[in-house]
Design a protein around this ligand. Structure first.
Ligand code: GLU
Length: 435
């Protein structure tokens, strides 16, 4: 049975690169009805932090990458010690006292040899171990090194395929020597292509190495992010980009992963997010929007009209890049006074529209059934009465009501603002004598 693992160190947040590794492992286990194992590599007690662990677990859950088993390396020091003792006993390792301090390190003797990796993505790669120094297995403070703990665990956890980033390729020959010395069977290895920043170079804090939790806060939807991550090194073929995860599971294979580096294109992620937001259940969007609206003071999260929020999300969703956009574009529905950009006001509301606005307000006032169709009829009749083009009024009315030049259909906007708020906002641009 296929058993794969994702092995993050809780010394930082989960970023794009790590989550792509997690996703590809998870996908492979799903594709092969195998198991996906999460192994927390927390051997560095000083740098490992609970807040990072929580963030990694929450992000994986949010992305929908459920693990079948979880292990913590910090709880397995005795096991690593057993295997370093074995290597010492067999003369394959030796001990060394540190220059200062106490304890004793255990060091692996590297024998000169040619090491071949049969990488499932890159093919055969050969290393010459005479270029590799003797390897520390256990440090003098008793903690195992990454390469040693990784091999012992991958073997004992019966990992069949090690799928990880290309940045680990230089560790693989070191690990292969340890498999051989310990008499463990080798797993398959697959090194995922690097992810480069669009500006060139590796991802860094300034170049898109943003935590998954931040993407979540910015209002990306998890299915879109997963779909986007999927394209970082893999493609369903035939120029397809939007692909349902269940279909991806059916089509996914390690052999089809690209050899060449992937490029993180945040514009593409935005495009992808819009594709998903358009079709997302507004109830789900609401879960992401509520904390953002509350933070702005637009709603009291304990007491607000949920159905109204859902209707607004439905009204806006086709135009949103992120849920965060909703907060900016739909603010007029949550604030008392419209926030008006003076330049926009100057452009659309400089001329005196008192007569037009008051006639429209009166028509709206008279509507018994204040629904979208009737609002539209009231507007069309007004246009006829005034003998003007509809666009000469649509834009000024929209700006007066929302402070924006674009948005959903005007009649829907009026409907969701309601009669009173619409009249009040139009009233601000009606000179007293006309009212
Ligand atoms: N803890 C290592 C990392 O975060 C795991 C590497 C591996 O998958 O072997 O990069």
């Amino acid at each position: 049975m296929v058993r794969v693992r994702f092995a993050p160190s809780p010394t930082g947040n989960l970023h794009i690169g790590g989550s792509r590794t997690a996703l590809f492992n998870w996908l492979y286990s799903e594709a092969k009805s195998g198991k996906f194992i999460l192994r927390i590599e927390d051997t560095d007690k000083l740098r490992s932090e609970k807040k990072y662990l929580d963030e990694i677990l929450d992000s994986l859950k949010w992305l929908g990458l459920k693990w079948d088993e979880i292990y913590f390396q910090s709880e397995r020091f005795d096991i690593y010690r057993q295997y370093s003792d074995k290597l010492l006993k067999e003369g394959k390792a030796y001990t060394q006292k540190p220059e200062s301090g106490t304890g004793e390190a255990v060091i692996f003797k590297v024998e000169p040899q040619k090491i071949k990796i049969n990488d499932m993505i890159r093919g055969e790669i050969e290393f010459d171990s005479s270029l590799i120094k003797d390897q520390v297995l256990i440090k003098s403070d008793g903690a195992p090194t990454y390469n040693f703990a990784c091999v012992v665990d991958d073997a004992l956890m019966n990992i069949t395929h090690v799928i990880r980033g290309d940045d680990h390729i230089s560790n693989t020959p070191k690990q292969i020597m340890l498999y051989q010395a310990l008499g463990f069977a080798l797993p398959g290895f697959a090194h995922l292509p690097l992810i480069l920043a669009k500006q060139g170079g590796r991802l860094s804090k300034r170049k898109g190495a943003t935590a998954i939790s931040e993407y979540r806060q910015m209002g990306y939807v998890s299915a879109a992010l997963v779909n986007y991550l999927l394209l970082l090194g893999w493609s369903p073929g035939g120029n397809r980009e939007v692909i349902d995860i269940n279909e991806a599971i059916k089509l996914f294979d390690i052999k089809n992963i690209n050899k060449t580096a992937a490029v993180l294109d945040l514009d593409k992620l935005d495009w992808m997010n819009n594709q998903y937001i358009k079709n997302e259940d507004p109830e789900k969007l609401a879960l992401q929007a509520i904390p953002l609206l509350a933070e702005k003071g637009y709603i009291n999260p304990q007491d607000f009209d949920r159905n109204y929020l859902i209707s607004l999300l439905r009204l806006f969703q086709s135009r949103l890049t992120t849920v965060h956009d909703f907060i900016e574009r739909a603010d007029a529905f949550f604030v008392k006074d419209v926030i008006m950009d003076p330049q926009i006001q100057e452009k659309f509301l400089a001329r005196d529209l008192s007569r037009e606005f008051s006639l429209f307000a009166r028509r709206l006032e008279k509507l018994e059934n204040f629904d979208i169709a009737n609002i539209e009829t009231a507007f069309r009749e007004l246009i006829q009465e005034l003998g003007v083009e509809s666009k000469s009024l649509i834009h000024p009315i929209r700006v007066a009501l929302t402070g924006k030049t674009v948005g959903p259909g005007l009649f829907e906007v009026i409907y969701y603002l309601g009669k009173e708020r619409t009249k009040e906002r139009l009233g601000k641009f009606i000179k007293k004598e006309q009212a």
